[in-house]
Design a protein around this ligand. Structure first.
Ligand SMILES: [Zn+2]
Length: 271
């Protein structure tokens, strides 16, 4: 019923709590809505990500966003940063979540919430279909998290140990460089044959590009990744073997990244 309509997405990463990975997640759902075209209006900081997404037809500077009639029959809007009243033509994500928690905590089951709102029974998570990058990196280590998410990191010593254990089989191992700008970072992931990642932007990018990925999950709940066929999840063992650790019920393990076993990674790599 949307097939003769245009979907416009308005996003402003400076005025929203959404993380960069959330924009990829949200975009990956949009083709389920069956629009004729999807246009994305945002601040330029998001361009390096959004312009890499195959199924977004056009990307515009948010400044070009025109004032549209609220109930234009040909256009629907998803607004990712302003407040407003939700109806079938307009979805304001800030008002989309009912409970008064912040958006960040609410986006965990965003796919199901979208499906409910648009009354979609079955949906899939879309990824890019073009693969036009020469693969020159055997494994990319996506190891670093922003300062406030340090508890998502696997200790650097473990990564070094892992590198030593696998470098015979994987000649070119590249570590994420936190000083890279977004474009350079994305290009490195696109050039990778395989990614090992903590939970964060890197694993959303690798899933978008259909790159086989191992995600190391500790304190964050990440069942959603199971919807991607090239993605494998590794958690700390339950029990992890450390006497001071308690199993966190919701996570079904202790949640500590340093209790993820390197052996589990080696097994997935068939080493
Ligand atoms: Zn533990």
């Amino acid at each position: 019923m949307n097939s003769n309509k245009i979907l416009k997405v308005y996003a402003n990463s400076k005025k929203s709590e959404l993380g960069l990975g959330d924009y990829i997640r949200i975009a990956s759902f949009l083709p389920n809505l069956n629009f004729k075209k999807i246009y994305w209006y945002s601040n330029k900081e998001l361009f390096p990500i959004i312009k890499k997404i195959d199924f977004i037809d056009k990307v515009y500077d948010l400044k070009k966003r025109e004032k549209i009639a609220t109930h234009s029959k040909k256009i629907k809007v998803i607004n990712l940063y302003e407040n407003g009243k939700n109806d079938y033509e307009n979805l304001y994500i800030k008002n989309f979540f009912q409970k008064k928690r912040d958006i960040k905590n609410n986006t965990i089951d965003i796919y199901d919430k979208f499906a409910d709102f648009y009354n979609i029974k079955k949906y899939k998570i879309f990824t890019n279909s073009k693969h036009n990058y020469r693969k020159s990196i055997d494994i990319f280590f996506n190891w670093s998290a922003p300062t406030k998410w340090k508890k998502k990191q696997l200790p650097k010593k473990k990564w070094q140990k892992l590198e030593n254990l696998i470098k015979k089989k994987y000649k070119k191992i590249v570590w994420q460089n936190p000083d890279d700008n977004l474009e350079k970072y994305i290009t490195k992931i696109q050039k990778s044959k395989f990614v090992i990642s903590i939970v964060g932007l890197g694993n959303h990018l690798s899933a978008l590009f259909n790159i086989p990925t191992i995600i190391l999950c500790g304190p964050t709940f990440f069942n959603e990744a199971k919807k991607h066929k090239n993605v494998n999840l590794i958690y700390p063992n339950n029990p992890c073997g450390n006497k001071s650790c308690k199993v966190i019920k919701k996570l079904n393990h202790c949640g500590r990244m340093d209790h993820i076993k390197l052996d589990d990674i080696l097994k997935r790599l068939k080493l």
